[in-house]
Write a protein that binds this ligand. Structure first.
Ligand code: 4AD
Ligand code: MG
Length: 436
């Protein structure tokens, strides 16, 4: 019996079939209207939606009954012939000759119009929404495009640990873990491990979760986020900036090539993305950034850190992502290389996304001189004993090297045009919520 059923296809494929083709689809009930003579069931699968029409005068009795019983989010299967219909989503519908109810859903707790907190309570169900599904698909393509870029440019993928013994980005945002009676921390960055790996592999990258016990709740901070990091032997700051730009542009291009439908569903202005598809991003120094901010009336002095508000103002000057370089050393991490020509600044860079989004990448050339690094560790009030192995890397064949960390969730947030970083990831972790 089953062998006689039409071929199983995705809804997207069914919509493209010539009129009269036989097709079978399966998925979940997205919408349903019973107009008496006909039952219209919109079925959703991973590729989209299709309207299935169950005509009471022609469809088999069991099919009509199953369609009647199907509730929103029930798992169903339907088959029949494809017919054009300008009123149907996608311009075609499936006229059902069979309809099976695989699992009848209870009254679905999301009806539309619910608030943010409630939707986070039912996140495990809300992630099915078409809007979030579009984001997951964009996120997939962002990751795929970056992986392809790295793969085709000679980068080795490595797997650093998450349980670590010391801070990379300062103690303030560390999550402590009780590790068999000893203190350990969840990784903030794989950087130091990647630095150790360049002595064998030269160009390495990793994709891991990073953890930050951020003190303030903002639209662009997660407590657990996905971090793509690169580290390269012999590379200077400018070399690493080029990689950062090419990687970002590759992600944007990938999405423009493969995810136009999703961008359109999200009402994302793609013209603004087109400008970011080429890696020739402009670059300004921190000094210039301060000047630009002052010009816009921002009260800021040289030496102040750039927060989200300052970054937003800076993005008004650019249509593409852009770099800010040469920050004062005291607002950046101890490992960043001091500019030999200007000891008050470091060879560090941030890449900021336009349209108000701000920092998506932070990187630098690393301090590769043992004595200078040791002095910087002391200067920052850190205990050199915590960084012994890291210092060792400067004792055995130290070379100039540079790298950066890219916040995947922030990149997705900007590319998809989201208002809040929580919707860039299926299960965001917040300070007051680790459920679901
Ligand atoms: O600028 P950050 O702190 O740099 C580092 O961790 C370096 N050790 C990376 C390296 O050079 N290997 O973080 C890098 C990026 C930021 O630019 C931002 O995109 C993202 O990580 N990020 C966060 N994303 C979401 N939520 C948070 N709380 C984030 N903190 C940083
Ligand atoms: Mg940073």
């Amino acid at each position: 019996m089953r062998a006689e059923l039409p071929q199983l296809v995705k809804t997207r494929e069914a919509l493209r079939m010539p009129e009269g083709s036989e097709a079978r689809v399966r998925g979940w009930v997205y919408r349903k209207r019973d107009l008496g003579g006909k039952i219209f069931v919109v079925v959703r699968d991973s590729e989209g939606i299709i309207q299935v029409v169950v005509d009471r005068s022609t469809a088999p009795r069991e099919a009509v009954q199953a369609a009647e019983e199907a509730t929103i989010e029930s798992a169903v299967e339907a088959w029949g012939r494809v017919a054009p219909d300008p009123r149907a989503p996608g311009g075609a519908e499936l006229r059902a000759e069979g309809f099976v109810l695989h699992s009848r859903a209870e009254d679905f707790p999301i009806k539309g119009g619910e608030g943010v907190d409630y939707l986070l309570d039912v996140r495990h169900l809300w992630i099915r929404s078409r809007r979030l599904t579009a984001v997951w698909r964009i996120r997939h393509t962002v990751l795929k495009a970056m992986r392809e870029y790295l793969e085709s440019n000679g980068w080795w993928e490595v797997s650093p640990p998450i349980l670590t013994q010391s801070a990379v980005e300062g103690g303030a945002t560390l999550f402590e873990v009780n590790f068999f009676g000893k203190k350990a921390y969840l990784s903030q960055s794989a950087q130091f491990y990647l630095e150790a790996l360049i002595y064998s592999l030269e160009r390495v990258w990793s994709l891991t979760t990073s953890f930050r016990a951020e003190r303030s709740r903002t639209r662009r901070h997660l407590y657990e986020y996905w971090h793509l990091e690169t580290e390269e032997a012999w590379a200077r700051m400018r070399d690493s900036m080029r990689v950062a730009a090419e990687l970002t542009a590759a992600a944007v291009r990938g999405v423009l090539e493969e995810r136009l439908e999703e961008l359109s569903l999200l009402k994302r202005d793609t013209e603004r993305l087109e400008a970011a598809a080429r890696p020739d991003y402009p670059s300004i120094t921190y000094d210039e950034a301060i000047e630009l901010l002052k010009r816009r009336g921002v009260s800021i002095e040289w030496g102040d850190d750039l927060g989200a508000d300052e970054e937003r103002v800076l993005t008004e000057y650019f249509d593409t992502p852009f770099f800010v370089t040469h920050f004062p050393k005291h607002i950046k991490s101890f490992y960043m290389k001091i500019d030999p020509g200007r000891p008050e600044v470091v060879l560090g860079f941030d890449l900021l996304a336009p349209e108000g989004y701000g920092e998506i990448i932070g990187g630098s050339e690393r301090e590769d001189r043992y004595e200078v690094l040791l002095a910087r560790i002391r200067e920052e009030g850190l205990d050199p004993r915590d960084y012994e192995w890291y210092l060792d890397l400067r004792r055995y064949g130290s070379v100039p090297h540079s790298g950066f960390g890219l916040g995947v969730d922030r990149l997705v947030m900007w590319v998809a045009g989201l208002d809040h970083i929580r919707d860039s990831i299926p299960f965001p972790r917040f300070r007051d919520r680790i459920y679901p």
